[in-house]
Design a protein around this ligand. Sequence first.
Ligand SMILES: [Ca+2]
Length: 259
Amino acid sequence: MFSSRSSRLARGGLVAALACAITAGVAPTRTYAAGTDNLVYFPTFAGASTMLDRNGSADIITSSGRVHQRILRLTAGGFRQAGSAWAKPKLNLTGSFESQFKVYLHHTTPGADGIAFLVQNDGPRALGGWGGGIGYRGIRDSVAVEFDTFQNSTDPSSNHLAVVLHGNPDVHAAVGEPSIPLYGRPFWARVTYDAPTHDLRVYVQSLRAGAEEELALETKVDLAAGVGASSAWVGFTAGTGNLYSKQDIYSWMVQTPGA
Ligand SMILES: [Ca+2]
């Protein structure tokens, strides 16, 4: 009895700490000066519903617990879910850009399967397979940056990033293993793309006080060639399988250098 009560108290403390962490005003690093062009600017997802196409399990909801804000919930903690969300304006892939997003993957432990940041030319209804497909398997004209929390047979670990071409998560074009946990703790991610050199970088940063941004993956990939077009829809996918989780985006921005 006592231990169950204290573990409840401990959990309550953890939830409160996470609530503070998620709302803490940790400004993400940005490459371009303030005032450059924001293709996507969702500090929260309040008012975002008309600017975001959502498919499958993805929805904009009000988060529960101590933090009440509008978030993008890609999977809702059910079995075998797949969800996707795409910004209405297309992203020019012949130019450079960067995107920052605040992620919280949580619920039961262990959870599965992860989320992906995608550029794709299949359209605003694009949605791929559940489970290890992370909601993008089968989206052929795409380049994915996956944040994978479940080790399938072709995966290096249950805590890795990968760049994946043509919607085939069984083949990784590049892999990174961050030092921070992708599951159970919120984090910032930043994807930068330098169009002239095709340099793609993925950074992650814990929301803990004093945490520093970490370069977790760097590779060369021609995004326009990968999707077969000079512009693409940009957004997220996620999946669950026989293990499941709630997979939430709290903030999302996409910036281009501007004129
Ligand atoms: Ca996986």
